[in-house]
Write a protein that binds this ligand. Structure first.
Ligand code: NAD
Length: 303
């Protein structure tokens, strides 16, 4: 029997903790604010953004949806990101994909202020993550690790396979698993024999976007399978990358889609925004202290 690794309970705990931290910030006159920048008509993206806004509201933080429209240019999106990066009332920024064809996603990711990069999209955040320095990890990658922890599954000393190597999910997940002392194989679209790369893994993370890609032949007996994939169907369903029926009884545990990685990701985006607001407040307080110290030093020295 395959155990279901749901994410709802963990998501609630993360949101409750964030809510407490947001209330403490409110006592200091700070209201964490998240800005989600989007430029698409895509209905599943709109649905995802609405779920972030709803989670923000439940947690007591502000969420602005900055919809630039499906014909926005790189210049317009870039200008908006820079403006939000300088706005002292905005603490977290998400650049939602997909973006209009032809936009320069790399340049746009670099335009996100790293202090507000709560979904780890700026290459600076990713570099710091790999260098094991403090940084916001992409929320989905962190959600995978948080789910394992929540369900008492340690990657330490285990073999893991990650299918997908995007900079937002696959690559950071693989890196976080290595940091947690797993031995990791990364598979991608050019992997010639996917099953050979995955079928011995104790932990299998799939982040591709092809419904049903992973079947019983890809899964070791008793493996823990984390399905990150989400593909929206025209009739409103959300499909994972793993054929849940095919791996049932073979996998030891499997995350459901929906209800697994997704709600934890959303909760972490909110928690990261609260953390970013607290960090920015602490930094401002420190600057103010340094300024006042140097003014006092000036008085003392007669400058
Ligand atoms: P992406 O398109 O950027 O990357 C897909 C990856 O899959 C690539 O690295 C590619 O090499 C690999 N790939 C493609 N075909 C393959 C094949 N046949 N065999 C092996 N690997 C193959 O996608 P992404 O942004 O990394 O997202 C992956 C999936 O995760 C999507 O379904 C996305 O919707 C979902 N997602 C879910 C959440 C969540 O919170 N649950 C968050 C982000 C993304």
């Amino acid at each position: 029997m395959t155990r279901s690794l749901g994410g709802a309970e963990l998501a609630t705990t993360i949101r409750d903790d964030a809510s407490g931290a947001a209330a403490a910030l409110a006592d200091l006159g700070i209201r964490p604010r998240l800005a989600v920048v989007l430029a698409t008509d895509d209905e599943s993206t709109a649905w995802y953004v609405r779920s972030i806004a709803a989670a923000a509201k439940r947690t007591g933080i502000l969420c602005d949806i900055v919809d630039l429209g499906a014909s926005a240019t790189t210049g317009q999106i870039h200008g908006t990101l820079v403006e939000l990066g300088h706005d002292p009332d905005v603490h977290g920024i998400i650049l939602q994909t997909p973006l209009p064809d032809g936009t320069d996603l790399d340049a746009l990711r670099e335009a996100i202020n790293p202090a507000k990069d709560i979904d780890g999209a700026n290459p600076v955040s990713l570099g710091r993550l790999v260098a094991r320095l403090p940084a916001f990890a992409p929320a989905t990658a962190r959600a995978v690790i948080a789910l394992l922890d929540h369900h008492g599954i340690s990657p330490h000393g285990r073999t893991a396979a990650v299918v997908g190597r995007s900079t937002v999910v696959g690559s950071p997940v693989a890196n976080l698993l290595v940091q947690r002392n797993a031995t990791v194989t990364v598979c991608h679209r050019h992997t010639t024999d996917l099953a050979a790369g995955t079928r011995d893994a104790d932990i299998l993370v799939v982040a591709v976007g092809i419904p049903g890609l992973v079947t019983a032949e890809h899964v070791a007996d008793g493996a823990v399978v984390i399905d990150v994939g989400t593909t929206a169907t025209t009739d409103g369903r959300l499909l994972g990358d793993v054929d849940a029926q095919a791996v049932d009884g073979r996998a030891g545990a499997l995350t459901p889609v929906p209800g697994g990685v997704g709600p934890v990701t959303t909760a972490l985006l909110i928690a990261h925004t609260v953390d970013a607001a607290a960090a920015q407040h602490a930094q401002h307080a420190q600057h103010a202290q340094t300024r006042s110290d140097s003014v006092l030093a000036g008085f003392r020295s007669g400058v």
